[in-house]
Design a protein around this ligand. Sequence first.
Ligand code: HSE
Length: 390
Amino acid sequence: ALLLKDVDGVYEQDPKQNPGAGRYDSMSWSDAREQAGVLVAPKALAFAEDNKLEFNIGTPGIPSYTTIGAKTSKAAPAKSPKRLKVALLGCGVVGGGIYRRVKALPERFEIVKIMVRNRQKYLDQGYKDQEITTNFEDVIASKPDIFIDVSGPIEPALTFTKDMLSRGVHVVSANKQAVAEGGKDLLEFAKDSGAILAFSSAAGGGMPVLEMCIREAGRIVRVEALLNGTTNYMLDEIMTGKSYAEALKEAQDKGFAEADPTADVGGADAAAKIRLVALLGFGKEITLDDIPRDTIENYETDGPVNGAVKRVASCWRHREGFNAALELKDLSLNNFIAQAEGEEAHAIFYFDDGDSYKIRGKGAGRWPTTESVMADLYDISAAHMKAAPQ
Ligand code: HSE
């Protein structure tokens, strides 16, 4: 178990005050009671010692920590993450969340440029003059280590993503349309560039659907999932008697819908996410036209249903090939997919040995999606550790 703190382990002295302070790779329960009382309650340490429970103290995204257990090691200077320059493409609901989270981690990240369409709008909101640009040349000139794509449309995002990768800049993308369109070619391009292309946040919001696809690729035969938070939220609200227009307005106000919600209600947003699931989970490249889609545009209900109406995204392989669909279904409440509420996302993975696995999470919204982006940023930061101070 890893106990998450804002330091990557137990130090001799506060590393923020004294950057040369030594860190312990391991520390005994009793020494920790004396020296790590601010990190772990002494009562918890006594409990761990009585039960001989080992655990680690660390921080997200730094692949080193202090193991609390039977013995204490010698303290030694620790590696720390290099400060990485970050540029953003787009700064809407999710971009604004990332901006705040990244600004709160000044030792690890620095925002160098934000490319938007309407510069004045952001200056009026209080963003700094030198941060905001409408020109990609300025982004290049700011020499970012990481380029974060939180824009909506495929272009110019896909062209910029490739440009950045070809310069060795890592890309973190929440832009499902661009990554789905880039497909295998983009994954290859990233591999050849040597830079990292990460897009955990492109599907599922805070639900780790793409992580599952990568981990279980090869043994998955079918995936069923709710992949559009806006739709899930709206269908629930419409069932309780709200009008289509009211439900859509609420989904927009809550930050679930895209700037242009056509893709949310029409199904192109969920379809792009199915394409990513097909690519990572099955190694299949499919187009938007390969996915028959039910729209929820102007959806109305005329009374009670079997259980819950959901728009289920699925893809599956079979003897004759591979299929995908986005279908409105009236599901019994025994079904795990039907049990999702509001913007929540549920997914079921079926495997070739008959096994299955269920996951869930917040499917849309500023903070769940921001946290998915942060997870990718932490992974990249962990790949850029600088040597221990001498
Ligand atoms: N508009 C998207 C949705 C955002 O509603 O699911 C998360 O990808």
